[in-house]
Design a protein around this ligand. Structure first.
Ligand SMILES: Cc1cc2nc3c(=O)[nH]c(=O)nc-3n(C[C@H](O)[C@H](O)[C@H](O)COP(=O)(O)OP(=O)(O)OC[C@H]3O[C@@H](n4cnc5c(N)ncnc54)[C@H](O)[C@@H]3O)c2cc1C
Length: 410
């Protein structure tokens, strides 16, 4: 049977493309290689699904770096307001409890997937699960169908919404790159992103599970010193994780590939300089003269980290601040403001929430998401060379690009 549209991948992007096309009267076939639809979507936001955020389109695009402008038309057509209205119409009202990140009011990713599934049923979209597309078919530069392990399906248009490479158990194994490459598309080098990082320093294991609020991380490499990030930092048995690390890992993995290790400076005290810290301790000392150095440090840092700092700077934690040797106090303060950490690895795509890189944007029309190489072939979602930080950016982009691809313009 010939369909107007075949969508490959039942994730956020693919389901949005399928629904958009079907609402406009197209006969749609949605192919999914896993036994069930929306596996990754169900896992988003720790099961709570951070759908999007309240930023304006301009501010949103800026967070994706230089390539962000590619999203202009898609976001104009499907901004966060449009997306919220879309879900509200499906019976999934949304809200922004912190004024920034937008979640379903139910805080349930499952509800989001169920609502999309119900809408696809209402629109008579044919959903075929447990069937992987292995090739795209084209004739004279025009798409004409797909080939799966079992069958050949014909269609006037095909949307590739196969995601990236992160969390492969949730379906994304990079198939879209191979499919697109065979038809002449370029794949920008892919890196795992948004994941914990491993460090050379072993002391971090002593501080695991303790959180440093609003830490500031800076890359200490010539030419990359402008790379910095701020946010909550958590130590692990072999490195660092937490919101600031998830975001920063996007910048670190390409450097790691290039240099083998990436030296960082970590400000553990919310950006305070050494001078400000000396001032701070001077004041506190007057106030809490009877405090040991360890107790004094604990006014700004968790105990485990305070102990490590004392040990690194050879300071006796039980002695008062005044009784420490000046050079040791200086060293301790320097470590608080500029703790050196060296990133030496990560868990790879197995733990990467996002893939950096993908199908080159220059070969895709940003107004339509159509391939500039094969007519009738569209892309949407993470399979393209665009990735954003934590905070609803990647789902918003997946839904917006899925919406535009589903319009099948051009
Ligand atoms: C644990 C986790 C939490 C996250 N939390 C958030 C969050 O809260 N907010 C946010 O904005 N982003 C979050 N992200 C990122 C976000 O989930 C992704 O960017 C987004 O889901 C990508 O959507 P997609 O439709 O492009 O790809 P996917 O959701 O990966 O969907 C691709 C689909 O294609 C299928 N497929 C692949 N190859 C084939 C093939 N050959 N044939 C048929 N089907 C195929 C896959 O099985 C899969 O179902 C999170 C990611 C992870 C891993």
């Amino acid at each position: 049977m010939t369909h107007n549209l075949i969508v490959i991948g039942a994730g956020a992007a693919g389901m949005m493309a399928a629904i958009t096309a079907a609402r406009r009267g197209s006969k749609v076939l949605l192919m999914e290689k896993l036994p069930k639809i929306g596996a990754k979507l169900k896992a988003t936001g720790g099961g709570r699904c951070n759908l999007t955020n309240t930023l304006s389109n301009d501010a949103f695009m800026e967070c994706f770096g230089r390539e962000g402008r590619f999203m202009r038309d898609a976001l104009s057509a499907c901004s966060h307001e449009v997306l919220q209205a879309f879900f509200s119409d499906l019976g999934v009202p949304t809200h922004a409890p912190d004024g920034y990140r937008i979640f379903p009011v139910s805080h349930s990713a499952l509800c989001v997937v169920q609502a999309l599934e119900q809408e696809m049923r209402r629109l008579h979209i044919t959903v075929r699960c447990a069937e992987a597309v292995v090739a795209l078919e084209q004739e004279n530069g025009v798409i004409c169908g797909v080939q799966t392990q079992h069958e050949r399906y014909r269609a006037d248009a095909v949307v590739v919404a196969t995601g990236g490479l992160g969390y492969p158990q949730l379906g994304a194994e990079g198939d879209g790159y191979t499919l697109a490459q065979k038809l002449g598309h370029t794949i920008k080098q892919v890196y795992p992103a948004m994941m914990p990082l491993h460090t050379k320093e072993r002391w971090v294991a002593q501080c695991r599970a303790d959180t440093v609020a609003k830490a500031e991380l800076t890359v200490n490499l010539k030419g990359s010193k402008k790379l910095r990030a701020a946010g909550d930092l958590i130590f692990t048995k072999n490195g660092i994780r937490g919101p600031v690390v998830l975001d920063f890992s996007r910048d670190i993995t390409p450097l790691l590939q290039c240099y083998g290790e990436v030296p960082l400076h970590v400000n553990l005290v919310q950006g305070k300089s050494e001078t400000e810290l000396h001032e701070y301790f001077k004041k506190r000392r007057q106030e809490y003269g009877h405090y040991s150095t360890l107790e004094l440090l604990q006014t700004v840092l968790p105990e485990s980290i305070s102990r490590e700092l004392c040990s690194m700077s050879a300071v006796d934690p039980l002695l008062g601040w005044n009784r420490q040797e000046g050079r040791r106090r200086d060293m301790l303060v320097r470590l608080m403001a500029k703790m050196p950490l060296t990133v030496v690895g990560h868990d790879g795509f197995a733990k990467a929430m996002i893939t950096r890189g993908g199908i080159a944007l220059k070969e895709i029309d940003p107004r339509t998401m159509q391939s500039k190489i094969v007519r009738g072939l569209y892309f949407c979602g993470e399979v393209m060379d665009l990735d954003g930080p934590c905070g609803g950016y990647n789902l918003q982009w997946s839904f917006a690009s899925g919406f535009v691809a589903g319009l099948m313009r051009g």
